[in-house]
Ligand binder design. Sequence first.
Ligand code: F3S
Length: 421
Amino acid sequence: MSSLTLTPAEQALLDGADGPGVQRAMEIVATLGRIYGAPDLVPVKHVQIAGVSYKNLGDAGVEFLNEWAGEGAKVRVPTTLNPAGMELDRWQEMGFSPDFAKPQLSAINAFVNMGVTATMSCTPYLFADFAPQRDDHLAWAESSAVAWANSVVGARTNREGGPSALAAAIVGRTARYGYHLDENRRATHVVEVTCPVESIADFGALSYVVGKAVGDGAPYFADLGAWLPPLPADPTLGGDAGDRLKTLGAGLAAYGAVALYHVAGFTPEARDQGEKLLRPDAKRLVVDSLAAGYEIMDANPETSEIDLVTIGCPHASITEFRRIAEILRGETLATRLWVTTSQITRARAAREGLVEIIEQAGGEVVADTCAVVAPMRSLGIRSMATNAGKMACYAPMHSGVAMRYGTLEQCLQAAISGKWS
Ligand code: F3S
């Protein structure tokens, strides 16, 4: 451990000047700083808390949160929440049991009592009020959002844990180490992709191939920009490039432990620094096929009956809604479809008439949760189809479901016919 310098104000919080809840938070932040050799703490602009679902928290987690809230701790910076285990307003009609709902609501109340905004979404970067700016220091705990903030925006965050993110929110600071420092933002691997990467599903398959190869490294994609149209002027729309990159970052974090990647000529640091971003010992990786990704994600090729098609991992953007509505207009679904998103994006999609088109076809637009953090087996779901790499990685693991993986068009076709073909 190295020496961590605290300002007099930070030391006062550590000594309990603002009460035991704040003291507990400063103890967590300072301890992490010492463990990781941080010289000091850095103020953060925004915090994103993960581990919100009762499925992950359990009774001990809910009790811990209520105890912390009971100590009077309040967040000092804008702070938002990851998806919960159910849609908060419609859990009864969606079939969630009161045994799950009661502790889930208790956890959300504890967060809200601490001043957290209950957005229940993994895409805070799609919200006008919270979208980060380049060089902002953040404390984000959602791995897919961490990859987005560091890579697409050029903001700075480590991959926080649930308690460390909440602690950072309560003291408004995090320890300055890891991705907060320039020297750790250089690329460990140059990745050349020589095969076509056209759809969101292709970007998910690519995330498997690269994530497995680079682990917790920082890949520099030398030529991926050729498969990315420009980002929209309004980044909260998502856009075709945004939707591909959010699935890429989510999968890189799920199959590897990537928190930062660069795309030559496209992401901000790569635009400014080009190959100067490469570490001298950067390794070279050539990807000439996505087959290994498709093979692992389309894990149960023998499964043709699909209980649930799930789109929106990370949570669906307006651009995805437009594409889904275009395909489903006038159709009638034979199996359940969840388009998972935030309340904020759902309201925006409703204003464009997109929610109505999906619901008229028989699909559900589900806010606040997703098919990984919701208790899917207790909802009777045994098989799923998705176009999202992270969903294909975690849903079988967390919910024991059979998984089919393919493009958005294939998934929606399965929802229409009830079968994967
Ligand atoms: Fe978000 Fe759930 Fe995927 S939290 S990134 S939709 S697994």
